[in-house]
Design a protein around this ligand. Structure first.
Ligand code: A3P
Length: 275
């Protein structure tokens, strides 16, 4: 735990306190060309990574590296990043305030994907049941309450997303927010917006190919990530849908969630859709 937030027991945490891991992240030496993907857990990080990687590397093939090699809080020794050729793509679920200190001076671009929190909650529930680094063995009802009180690894969804929104207001040229639901409904349009932001324009044909290669079905079939294998099966590519929360939330849970969402998000300009 660090500053009231708990973290999964990724490798470095077995040897280091969360505080030291975060300090190491804040001291990463940034490059102008770095891209950091910032997401609350289960908001489409792997998906965003593939799209950004294709745009930056001018390819339409899925990356075969483990994403754990780019996740700042999971890399055991962050000095290995110094040997990674530019442009480097990193990702993290840590709060904006813990990003490398140099990123502001260097104008590092941040791609932030946000997903409706009801689906995040359901997705996170299944992740925590399967992830041996988290080892959750409670019920859906218990998990729902933990999400509502922000007591999960990486803390409160509201805290994370409202901090990102403030940061995006402060640094509009360097922070780009995309919505999971928009990407799902119209990937070509959204990938084009992302390409404009990254300064990697591409043809309609390429946009179409990227959308196809990064579709849920294709990634579920072809993306192999050794780090998330449990019982012989990966669990990142579960359903990839909008609105799975309706299969899990009771009417009472939904009302409770809506009331909290309305209060917490009253000053937010995010346009999040739930179906
Ligand atoms: P579900 O559990 O709802 O299926 P992250 O990468 O941040 O851990 O997010 C994982 C969630 O994103 C999972 O949601 C996963 O299925 C979904 N996802 C991964 N790739 C996707 C894609 N290409 N299209 C849509 N959703 C995708």
């Amino acid at each position: 735990e660090f500053e009231g937030v708990s973290y999964p027991s990724f490798m470095p945490f077995r040897k280091k306190e969360a505080k030291n891991v975060i300090e190491d992240i804040m001291n990463v030496k940034s490059r102008d060309s770095d891209i950091i993907i910032c997401t609350y857990a289960k908001s489409g990080t792997h998906w965003t990574y593939e799209i950004v990687n294709m745009l930056l590397r001018n390819t339409t093939e899925l990356d075969n590296k483990s994403k754990m090699q780019s996740m700042l809080e999971a890399v055991e020794d962050l000095s290995v990043l110094e040997g990674v050729p530019s442009p480097r793509i990193m990702d993290t679920h840590c709060l904006f305030k813990y990003l490398p200190k140099q990123h502001k001076q260097k104008k590092v671009k941040i791609v932030h994907m946000i997903r409706n929190p009801k689906d995040v909650c359901v997705s996170y529930y299944y992740h925590c049941l399967k992830d041996v680094m988290i080892n959750f063995d409670g019920t859906w009802e218990e998990f729902f309450e933990l999400f509502m009180s922000g007591k999960l690894p990486y803390g409160s969804w509201y805290n994370y997303e409202l901090e990102m929104e403030r940061a995006a207001n402060d640094f509009p040229e360097t922070i780009f927010t995309c919505y999971y639901e928009d990407m799902k409904k119209d990937p070509i349009r959204e990938i084009k917006k992302l390409a404009d932001f990254l300064g990697t324009p591409c043809s309609d044909d390429t946009l179409e190919k990227i959308a196809k290669e990064t579709s849920f079905g294709n990634m579920q079939k072809n993306k192999f990530d050794i780090t998330v294998i449990v019982d012989g099966k990966g669990f990142i590519y579960r359903k990839g849908e909008i609105g799975d929360w309706k299969n899990h939330f009771t009417v009472a849970q939904n009302e409770k969630f809506d009331a909290q969402y309305k209060e917490e998000m009253k000053d937010s300009k995010y346009q999040i859709t739930f179906e």
